[in-house]
Design a binder for this molecule. Sequence first.
Ligand code: FPP
Length: 229
Amino acid sequence: MSLPGSNSARHVAIIMDGNGRWAKRRHLPRAEGHRRGVEAVRRIARAAREMGLEALTLYAFSTENWRRSEDEIAALMGLMKRFILSDLDEFVANNVRLRIIGDYKAFPADITKLIDNALARTAGNDGTTLAVALNYGAQDEIARAAAKAAAQGAVTVEAIEAELDTAGMPPLDLLIRTSGEQRLSNFLLWQAAYAELWFTDVLWPDFKPEHLAEALASFGTRERRYGGR
Ligand code: FPP
């Protein structure tokens, strides 16, 4: 176990919150907040790679987000599509491996096709893993994993863990939430068991690599005991 002050994070996850409030403060449509949110995704994915993180997991669309207006859902889908089309070559060139957690097959066929192509094109990469949570809910993930473990005859911690959407990724070290809210909102509930939490009032479209660096510096000073002493 690392000594206090010397921890370096391998896997960071972010609840990217506050796009709507960012837009509202500027009297702009919510979709504009999401568009600026994608720019933050791009910046932070680059920074995570440059800072040497093994994995970055981003909460892009929850199982609850289907309750938003049709217009907002369509705007988010359009942004995701454009993001894959514009950024996939950069991921391929930079050895980034894309991964999806959640049941993305519920998305429209044109998007699932783009995602499948992006997954296939980056499958051989062994640099930073960028995991995007789409139609993701942690309770749903745990229930699916437990059902698979049961079908194999052993509902143990290890058997469930092996069936989670994040199986094979490094343990989650640090979970960040932007925009001042301090809750997990059904994100990575299992994986957060021993993760450190870091909250900031910064709204997601304003989130910069220096904020990520600040969170990582805070993580570096924490003493992790995993229930021991
Ligand atoms: C939370 O802000 C943000 C979301 C629900 C969506 C996050 C999506 C993106 C940043 C863009 C798409 C992502 C990728 C990977 C291309 P909110 O709308 O809940 O903000 P509010 O709480 O201020 O209303």
